[in-house]
Design a protein around this ligand. Structure first.
Ligand code: UD1
Ligand code: CA
Length: 490
């Protein structure tokens, strides 16, 4: 049996009040159109056509960007859903397929299983058309399914064309249909424009087929969310939240712990591994992958980030980064594109890393900026280090070896190299390479101006404290006090 899929995506989507075509609004990382096309994939259609019109060139570009094999069909003027299907059918090369599956492009929560069931029902009941329906508590705005005395479908009436009696019907048209290829053309040719919108409505085709004595079958959804169209941003938010619940439930079933599913937003493009833990208020976006036993969150956003097994990423914002197995990131870390943290490394609190490689076991625990640097293994970057990578014109690279210990407040002025096993003294501005095993010192020697407070700040609390301290001095033997913590903070 040959299948053609037609997705209707030419409408303006007026109520979205957007410069973006409606079907290109995203839910969890992919557009409505992409979601519909993904749902249709298992039908293995010989052809997938997307009817475009309003800002159709943008939709066409989008199809290419998402690597879809669907091709765009132009509907020059948006004269209704029936007109859209007729336009697509007229532009189809060769013979019509056995069945045509028509899906409104603004029905993003439709599931692949539902489309497959719709086709199965169509075939097994030998119907001319099969329509997906749902019972809605509030059917306002939807086409109502009108049934005859025996329960058979007589047609679909648009909300604005309903009689009061029809308006009370809660069974609605979801905007997803299967048509038999040999019967659709004559029915499309009989469409009128005698409705409140003055357009050619695909819904009229169902009534025409029924009136001609053909069977119109239905599949009624148990999850009515699948039927919901998206016409404004309020509906978009509701659909997105429902999709979030669906995605979270699927990952929990697959063995991922999601501590607070209501505040966890995982794009449909993300992959997680069993025994990963996602803490509350976490957003996993784009091409992100989370390994087994990794813990991400709370309060974390990861965009295109790979997190290895057993890594921990806490209160972090990261984009385009790789976090190796067993690495620790955060709290309050910012990883920017090109960051690669090797296994068991650490990027700690108030640390920003950009386009840098951090070797296995290396730690950058506190208050630092590392940009355009390569750091070897088992090194320790002291508190408040800055890799000074930008001279105002160009960016330069810094290379730090393995087993290096930089002192707190070291400024590494790129391009510069610190050799394996080298140290830098706290407060140093390192402008020259430090050879392996050397201590780089780049700071002014300290000088104490004795009695300065008593002379220049007399009468202050400081002066009084100093005087009191001088009276008791001599009792205090301060041997070795200034040496031990010269290079690092813990
Ligand atoms: C449509 C159905 C309604 C159903 C509802 C389900 C018709 C006449 N009505 O109403 O019975 O309950 O969907 O959500 O079909 N489009 C085109 N070309 C056009 C007009 C529309 O491609 O000329 C596309 C739109 O971009 C949209 C889809 O068709 O993706 C549906 O159109 P829309 O105007 O949203 O139809 P509804 O009024 O929601
Ligand atoms: Ca709609």
């Amino acid at each position: 049996m040959s299948v053609t899929v037609i997705v209707l995506a030419a409408g303006v989507g007026k109520r979205m009040k957007s410069a973006l075509p409606k079907v290109m609004h995203p839910l969890l990382g992919v557009t409505m159109l992409d979601l519909v096309l993904r749902a249709a994939e298992p039908l293995e259609a010989s052809d997938t056509l997307v009817v475009v019109g309003h800002r159709g060139d943008e939709v066409e570009t989008h199809l290419r960007e998402i690597g879809s094999t669907a091709h765009a069909v132009w509907q020059a003027e948006q004269r209704g859903t029936g007109n859209a299907v007729r336009t697509a059918v007229e532009q189809m090369p060769g013979e019509l397929s056995d069945v045509l599956v028509v899906i409104n492009g603004d029905t993003p929560l439709i599931r692949p299983e539902t489309l497959q069931e719709l086709v199965r029902t169509h075939v097994s009941t030998a119907a001319a058309a099969t329509v997906l329906t749902a019972e809605l508590d509030d059917p306002t705005g939807y086409g109502r399914i009108v049934r005859g005395p025996g329960g058979e479908v007589e047609g679909v009436v648009e909300h604005r064309d309903t009689t009061p009696e029809q308006r009370a019907v809660r069974e609605v048209n979801a905007g997803v249909y299967v048509f038999s290829g040999d019967l659709i053309i004559p029915a499309l040719n009989k469409m009128t424009t005698t409705n409140d919108q003055g357009e050619e409505l695909l819904t009229e085709v169902l009534g025409l087929l029924a009136a001609a004595g053909h069977r119109v079958a239905t599949v009624t959804l148990s999850d009515h969310f699948e039927a919901l169209g998206c016409n404004d941003r309020i509906e978009l938010a509701a659909l997105r939240a429902h999709l979030r619940d669906r995605v979270n439930a699927a990952w929990m079933r697959a063995g991922v712990s999601i501590v607070d599913p209501n505040t966890t937003w995982i794009d449909v493009t993300v992959t997680l591994t069993a025994d990963a833990v996602v803490e509350p208020n976490t957003h996993l976006r784009g091409d992100t992958e989370i390994g087994a036993r990794a813990v991400v969150g709370p309060d974390t956003t990861l965009i295109d980030v790979r997190v290895g097994e057993g890594a921990e990423v806490v209160r972090t914002h990261a984009v385009g980064a790789v976090v190796g197995a067993g690495a620790h990131v955060g709290p309050f870390a910012y990883l920017r594109p090109g960051t690669v943290l090797h296994h068991d490394s650490k990027v700690g609190t108030f640390v920003e890393v950009k386009n840098s490689e951090v070797g296995a076991g290396t730690k950058i625990p506190h208050l630092s900026y590392v940009g355009d640097a390569t750091i070897g293994e088992q090194s320790n970057i002291g508190a408040a280090n800055v890799v000074v990578n930008y001279d105002g014109v160009a960016k330069h690279r810094t290379v730090i070896g393995s087993h290096v210990r930089t002192g707190s407040d070291t400024m590494l002025v790129a391009p510069v190299t610190v050799g394996d096993g080298a140290y830098t003294a706290a407060g140093s501005v390192i402008t020259k390479d430090v050879p392996p095993g050397a201590l780089g010192v780049g700071r002014a020697p300290q000088r104490n101006v004795e009695g300065w407070v008593a002379r220049r700040r007399p009468g202050t609390a400081a002066a009084a404290a100093a005087e009191a301290a001088q009276v008791t001095s001599g009792e205090d033997d301060s041997e070795g006090a200034a040496t031990a913590s010269d290079t690092s903070a813990e």
